[in-house]
Structure formats: structure tokens, C-alpha cells
Write a protein that binds this ligand. Sequence first.
Ligand code: PRX
Length: 650
Amino acid sequence: MGEDYITSVLKETRVFYPLKNFSANSLIKNMEEYKALYKYSIENPESFWAEKASELEWFKKWDTVLRNDQGFFKWFEGGYLNVCHNCLDKNIRKNKDKLALIWEPESGKSKTYTYEQLLKEVCKFANVLKNKGIKKGDVVQIYLPMIPELPISMLACARIGAIHSVVFAGFSSDALKDRIQDSGAKLLVTADGSFRNKKIFPLKDNADKAIKECPAIKSVIIIKRAKNKVIIEKGRDYWYSDLIKESAISNFCQPESMHAEDSLFILYTSGTTGKPKGVLHTQAGYLLFAQQTFKYIFDIKNEDIFFCTADIGWITGHSYIVYGPFSNGATVLMYEGSPTFPKPDRFWKIIDKYKATVFYTAPTAIRALAKEGNSWPNKCRLSSLRLLGTVGEPINPEAWLWYYEIIGKKRCPIVDTWWQTETGGILISPLPGATPLKPGSATIPFFGIEAEVLKDDGSKAQANEGGYLVIKKPWPGMLRTIWNNPEKYKHTYFEKFGMYLTGDSAKVDEDNYFWIMGRTDDVIKVAGHRIGSAEVESSLVSHKAVAEAAIVPYPHDIKGQAIYAFVVLKNGNKKSDSLKEELKQHVSRQVGPIAKPDKIQFADDLPKTRSGKIMRRILRAIAEGTKEYGNITTLAEPNVVEVLEKGKIN
Ligand code: PRX
């Protein structure tokens, strides 16, 4: 690690209090204010959210705030609004020339959009979509790199009532195909390519492969980004630049009046079993929750430049690059490229270049940049920063302290924000002007959020006792269902305790602070990305040499967790390093580079119960090196543990 970076597992017990001048200028200035509003929000959730909802612009006000329709929650029924109108038109009336979006590509040739300019681009694209036959309720798949046309496409969909489904541009053609087949999209928006470390990633070629098996896709709109050669299929594929130029395309598009519970977007995420599931978010509740969490947790000011390093292909980008910032009329900064291109100071240079005031990133990025040493940030001023944030995985106290001292110069509070694709927005986080911080803890629940840690039998865990993190009452930003699979929604999230089950384990300390410990299911967080064990395993097994595979996480210095794969080969295949490499590439191609196992151990057998179930906790104990296997007497073949331990990859 860097010069001043402590590698030991540090137990940081210090508490960091908000600085007086920070608190004085913030929305919630102390814990008393937080506690009073929190109490009100929990005791009167419907009044609380109704008051907040009046900050949005409605075409027609709602009839009921909340209704439980046999386990499916409905917010603001009877109300009509338009999400894009709330993000753009509303702000234009206040200040049309305010910067909405600053885009920094890897090359540094930036581009900016005022709110007025952004509305014009969104309207033009909305009209293009309409001309291609897209109507309210149709699904549009978006497979784009971090270019302005990505938020523009999303807002264009929202404007006409189409449901967008963004697929992270780092995903493979197979992953794209699975998502299109499930969403039923009619139109795909993609680019000729994307850049990372100056290399071109062939998005359109991937898209071509995917749509061969997606007959529902009738049109493909391609953004020119990389200027590389692509195949154009006549009557199906169109260049965005040509469509936009057509004389009939007007600069204005009337926003569609959308019912509060109409679908806004589907975003696929990994679960315990099978293929990724389509998490569905709807119009009003999602927007309200993104808007309110952004406002309070980032304590947003009119002059802020908010820099979020997430990719819009994940929920963080949806809520805190697009919907949260724009619904607050904020200026958002998006970057397309690697954090270390051309040097490991790229983020710090971007902060200085645009005088970014709030910086929101993942612990993995912090650990990776800390490892590069302090000289990189120390060469930059970083004086514009006033607030820092993290998301996506637990942050270790060492990384927290480095972030606080070296990047924030002990001036900037850190909001460690806990949430999920399903939650729509942040549920547990400090409020920066009020909450004393403990490094490694996401601290306390947001307004309206009743979080608790339960034991297996449903009783409340004691202080500092680990258990299942649950959310007891519905909140406006929660997922409404799983696309095409309402049964799975009920089963995954509500069956165990009859309240929202997060899939995380956590503990609550004596000060009622939440400490997130990790997933309780077969989801692995690699560098903050959510990977389902089942997806990687089925990819490994699809290789001709593989008979069986099981993957587990193991602790990794930078990525937090990495993937350890145990692979049983089919008879006649040689266990070789080149085959390991081939298997890694195979997963990378099929799922995406983020899902590639770091370690592969060939095995003759896996630990199984007599009924044939693989006992992952044993594999995990081997991969983690803890040797805490638990009870192994139920194994069909107890010797297997010792054999696997001997062959362990260090
Ligand atoms: O395990 C938790 C972890 O990320 C999971 C959700 O992943 P995803 O749906 O991809 O959304 C990530 C961005 C919101 C959670 O179940 N997680 C997220 N934030 C934190 C976290 N773990 C610890 N601390 C956090 N701040």
C-alpha cells in the first residue's frame, strides 16, 4: 500500500464529528434535528412522504399515498406526473443556463450541457424514438458507454413513457441477449464502440451477436463514438446522428402524463439462483426517493459540482448521476474512462479541473488509488471538495482513514451509503452535517426507513450480534416487482420474515449504528460489482472440458472480494495452467470481465452431502484460509476436504 497506508486490519474506534461550519450550513444540523424528523417519518410515514412529494410537480395529485395490494406496494396512486419534466423542464424555469451535465471523456475533450441544452437533446431523441414506433409502455434496451447520450436516452424514454433497461457496457453479448430476451425490448440503443485505456470495445459487434437471438428488436440506433467499422443492417440499424438531423425532428416533445405506478425502468441484477433478475422501478416513488436522498445525504447546494464515478449501467449511476441530481437541479459530472488513465491521479485531476465539491465512489477505487501512494493526490489541490461518499461494499477503516485524511484533508465528512439495486436509493447513511462518523459503519437509517437485524427465528438480534438485515416497512423507492416474475419477488424478499429481506448480514452496535457484514446468499461483491455464483458456475460448466464447478468469494486487498473457483474436469482433460487461463477467458467472454475468477483450483471431487448438494461453506473456508468448516460429518466423502486444502491456490 502507499507510504502512509496501514495494511494491518485496524480496529478504528475513533468517532469523527461534523465540523461546526459544515453543520451550520447543512440541511440537518445536528442529531436532535435528525431524530425529530426521523421519529415523525416513522410514526407518520404517509404524511411525511406526502409532504415531500409536494416538492415534485404533478399533473394531477395522488389519491392515496400508500396501498398494499396483496404484497405489492403502490405509492401515490391516482397521481400523474412525468419524471423527465421533473428533471428538466421544472429546473429550466428556475435557471435555464445552469449546467446540468459536464462530461469528461478519457481524452479530456469535455462537453457540457445546460439544463436548456439537455432538454433540447432529450426532446429530439424522444421524437426519434416515437418515429421509430416506440410508445408508452414499450421497453427500450440501452447498451452504451459513459457518454452523454446515455442519460439523454434514459430521459428521452422517461419523457415518452417508454421503459428503459440499461445494460452495463462491460457486459458480454450473451449477457445482453439474456436481458433483451427477458425485457422484451423492441429497440436497442448502442454505440459503434467504447473507450477504456485508449482501447476500443466493440459494442455494436456484441449487440449484433446478441440480437440474432432477439427477434423482438425491430430497430437499432447507433451512436458514433469510436469511429470504428460496424455492419449496418438496412431497415434495422440507424445512425443517431442521421436520425437527429432529419428536418421533421422537432426540438420539443410534450412529456407524457404518467401514472405514479407506471413502470419507469428495469435494471438487471444478480440473485442467488439462475439468471439475473429484472428489478422494476416505477415513476413517482422512485423519483421522490432519489430526489430526497440526494438532497439530504449529499446536502446539496445550488453551486455544487457532484462527481460520481459509478457507471450508469448500475443503480448508483441511475439514481445519483441521472435521477437524483437532475430532479434537484444540480450539476453532475460524469467521466468515461479508467481511474488510472493516463496516470493514477485522473480522479484528483478531474476534481481540480472542474472544482468538484462532492465526490462519490466505491471502496475498491479508494483502495486501488491509495495503493498508488499519496504523491498523486498530494500533487493536486482538492480544495474544492466539501463532502465525500462511498457505496457498493463495506469500506475497511484503513481505506476510510486514507480517504478522510489524504483526499478530504480532514475537512470533508464521508457518507458511507448502504443500499441496493432493489432499494432505488440510499437507505442507511450518515447525514453529513449531523451524524458522528465511525469508519466502516454506514451509520443510521434515512428518514422513513425502519431497519432492523433479525436472528434466524425472526427475533431481534442483540447489540453487536450478527443477523439478517431487514427493512420493516415499505418506502417509496423500493422495487415493485421482478419483471416477468412476481412470484420470485414475493419469495426472494418477503417469504422469510414477511418484511423486506435485504440479503445482507449486519449488526447494530450499542449506539444503534449499522455495520454491514456481507451477503447471506450466493451473491459475491467483486470490486463493488454484484455477481451471482450461479452465473459464473453455469458459464464454467458450459466449457467443454468442465464437468462441475463451484465458486466462492475470498478476501482481496483491493477488490474487497474476489472469485475462487473449484473446477472438476471431464475425464480425459489435462489439468494445466493454459486450461485455467482459457477458463478465465471463457467466463470473461460469456459473462463479462468483471466476473472472471482470480483463482482456479482443479479438483477431483467437491464436498457434497449424501444427497449431492455442494457444501459451499466448506469451499469458502478453504478459499478464505480460515479452516472453519463447521460440521463435516454429513459429507458423503469427508476426505475431500483434506485433499482440497492440500491443493489450495495461495
Ligand atoms: O451487500 C451490499 C453491498 O452491495 C449490495 C447491493 O449491490 P447492488 O444492488 O449492486 O447495489 C450497489 C450500489 C447501491 C448490498 O446488498 N453494499 C452496498 N453499499 C454498501 C454495501 N455494503 C456495505 N456498505 C455499503 N455502503
